[in-house]
Each structure stands twice: as C-alpha cells, then as structure tokens.
Design a protein around this ligand. Structure first.
Ligand SMILES: *Cc1c(COP(=O)(O)O)cnc(C)c1O
Length: 396
C-alpha cells in the first residue's frame, strides 16, 4: 500500500509568497487604481548583459550544426566551464581543482539535496531567520534541526552551536538579513566544524555583491575550510540567471567526515550521487556561464550588481531618514528593517501596503526571530524604488 512521505506534515502550512500575493490582490480589489511598488522580490529584474547573451547564443548555434552539436554532457559539467570557475577562485587566492567542481542547474537544487550525502540521522544547524529551502528540505528529509538565532545583539551573525551538530548551513551575504560574515566569524565556524567533525554547507549565492575587500567571498579564503566545507554557488543573482538556471557546488578532495577521511572519497560519493539523480546542466546555460566568467562578462555583470547596490543604498537612506532601524543593504541586495512601534512583521507589512502601497516580506516567514522585521529587496527598477521610498516618506 502506497503511503505518502510523512515528513510533508512537518512542513510549514502557509506559503509565504502566496500569502503576500493574496494580500496584494485583496488590496487591489478594494483599490483598483492603486499603483503597487513591489520591493519583496528575491528575483533579478535587469536584462542579461550583452556579452553573456552572445555566449548563450553561441550555445544555441552550436546545436544547429552536426559538427558542434552535443547531447548529454558530463554530469559534473563542461570541463571548460569548470576550468574557468577554477580560475575565478584563483583570482581570489583560492586553489580549487576542476575535479572539485560540480556544475548544477542552480544553487537551490544542491542546497536542498546536499544532506543526502550524509547519514539520515545527521543533526542539522540552520540560522533563524533563514532561507526557507534549508529548513524545508531538511524537514522533508526527516532531519533533526536546531536553530541558531541571528539577532540584532549578534549583528545577525549567529554564534557556533553550543551542542554537537553534524551539518551547519551558512549563507553569506545573507538572505534575508543582508548580514555578511567576517573572516573571524567564519574562522569560529571552521574551528567548531573541525573539532566536532561537522560539515559546513556554505551558500555563497550573493558573493558578488561584496564590495568590501576585507569580507570573504568564498569560505575557502579561510584556512582549514577545505577539510570541513562544501560551497554552493549560483549564476542566478550575479548574472541574472534565475530563469536560465546554472550554478556549481564544490566538494573539496580534502573533505573529511567522522567515518571517511580518504582523500577524494567524499568528492567521488557526490559524483556517484549526481550520476544517479542528475543528468547535467543545460549545455546552452553552460555556454552562458563561460561568458559570465570571461573578462568582458565580469566587467558587465559587475556594473549590473552596482546598479542593484545603488538601489539598496536609496532604500537604506530613505528608510533611515524616517528613523527606521535598517540593517544589511551594503555588500548585499537585501535590507532587514526593524518594525517600528513594536509592530509584528505582518502588521508592518499591512501598514506599508495600505499607507504607502509598498510590498515587502514579513520577517516571520523566515523564522520566529524575524517576527519584528521585514525584508526589502533591491532587485527592482530604480524608478519604482524611488517612488516607493517617496510614498513611504510621505504617508507612513
Ligand atoms: C536565490 C538564492 C539562491 C539561488 O538559487 P538558484 O537555484 O541558483 O536560482 C541560493 N541561495 C539563496 C540563499 C538564494 O537566495
């Protein structure tokens, strides 16, 4: 008799973004002429830069000729792309061999599936507030989860767990708080991981928003990380690939668990897992990825990231001029804003929608420590952002 995975019952019942959409539609029904400014989105809005469009076109053109046509590629991805990623790390002073790189169809897939590499009994630490994928995927796998509070008191950079855990998910620059881990914070986690034979899953999807030279863009910039950390990366936010789909995951050869310390062994197990569950990323996307990593691609995408960062600054300055407490928004596209007057996040969401026609994300959707915060996103058009801020200033 078939039975449904019982872990479905453990998942949160309300879907944050559908709830937001519902509230927006209810408001529009009552006020059909209102112009709504949506600053809730965690999705890129700027078109892909010209050099990368050329790369994607090259990928398509290759499929049109028998000589250059390709079908299935290597599960771990195009070797040219893996070499380009290896060079990308080299420029950051990090040595990653192409054999340690696995091309993916985006970071979310691997964030959600990486736990399958480890014992079903693994205890997982995630931050609160958190990118919901780590929480929901691990609940889905039936894992035990403990939460590391990210609060104003710790500058939204959680301390290492007090108890022994097996896996730790970290995201820096952080979604939703916009906080960026310093080298010293990462050092604490690496020390913990090595002492406890734990593994860190480091989600660096927003690394390219880091402008401050002292902040680490990769966990491997910290000594010891290759022994205890897997890094997950994405072209989504840095190159507008949210719809194109491309990312990568690094499983270092030096990685060790309590039971496996043979060099390259865990890497080969992930290879095995991928060969069962995955058939490689799109060859067209990978051609686009190569163009992102070319020097022209890097120049053009960097400019686009600056555009989003300027948006973030406009939001930050605007909200601060209203005496709101605003965190993040530097080296990150997200701003984490304390609700005024002790409002809960859904109450402040409602006030922003009704008084200023602005939509943000209520923080409690990311965890209980988000209950008095809302998230603003800088992934919107400049003009809309300016109007949204003006509306908030005039009407809140
Ligand atoms: C957007 C995002 C990703 C990227 O997901 P893709 O599947 O690559 O589009 C990964 N992690 C976090 C925290 C994100 O916000």
């Amino acid at each position: 008799m078939a039975k449904i995975n019982p872990n479905f019952k453990k998942l949160p019942q309300n879907y944050l973004f559908s709830e937001i959409k519902k509230k927006k539609q209810e408001y529009l029904k009552k006020h059909p002429k209102a112009e709504i400014y949506d600053l809730s989105i965690g999705d890129t809005t700027q078109p892909i830069v010209p050099s990368v469009i050329e790369g994607l076109k090259r990928g398509v053109e290759k499929l049109a000729k028998r000589k250059t046509y390709t079908g299935y590629g290597q599960t771990e991805g195009n070797i040219k792309l893996r070499k380009a990623i290896s060079k990308f790390y080299q420029k950051r002073g990090v040595k990653i061999s192409p054999s340690e790189i696995f091309i993916s169809d985006g970071a979310k897939t691997d964030c959600a599936n990486i736990s399958s590499l480890f014992s079903p009994k693994s205890k997982i630490a995630i931050c609160d507030p958190v990118y919901p994928v780590y929480r929901d995927a691990n609940l889905f796998w039936g894992k035990k989860i403990i939460y590391l509070p990210a609060t104003k008191e710790n500058s939204f950079l959680p301390k290492v767990p007090k108890q022994k855990v097996d896996l730790i998910f970290l995201c820096s620059p952080n979604n939703p708080t916009g906080a960026v881990m310093t080298k010293s914070h990462l050092r604490d986690f690496i020390k913990y991981a090595i002492e406890n034979k734990a593994i860190i899953i480091f989600d660096a999807a927003y690394s390219e928003f880091i402008q401050d030279k002292n902040l680490p863009k990769s966990i491997y910039q910290i000594e010891g990380a290759k022994k205890c950390a897997i890094e997950i990366q994405s072209f989504s936010k840095s190159a507008g690939f949210t719809g194109v789909r491309l990312g990568w995951t690094i499983v270092p050869n030096e990685l060790e668990t309590e039971d496996v310390f043979e060099k390259g062994k865990i890497n080969s197990l992930w290879q095995k897992r991928q060969s069962i569950m995955f058939n490689g990323a799109s060859n067209i996307s990978q051609e686009g990825g190569l163009a992102v990593l070319s020097s022209k691609g890097q120049r053009e995408t960097k400019k686009q990231i600056k555009y989003y960062l300027e948006n973030a600054k406009i939001i930050k300055d605007g909200l601060r001029s209203l005496k709101l407490e605003v965190f993040g928004g530097e080296n990150s596209p997200y701003l984490w804003v304390k609700c005024p007057k002790n409002l809960t996040s859904w109450q402040f969401f409602k006030e922003l929608l009704e008084k200023a026609n602005v939509i943000c994300v209520p923080g409690e959707g990311f965890g209980k420590y988000g209950k008095n915060y809302v998230r603003f996103s800088a992934f919107a058009l400049r003009e809309k952002i300016k109007k949204a801020i003006r509306n908030i200033r005039e009407n809140l």
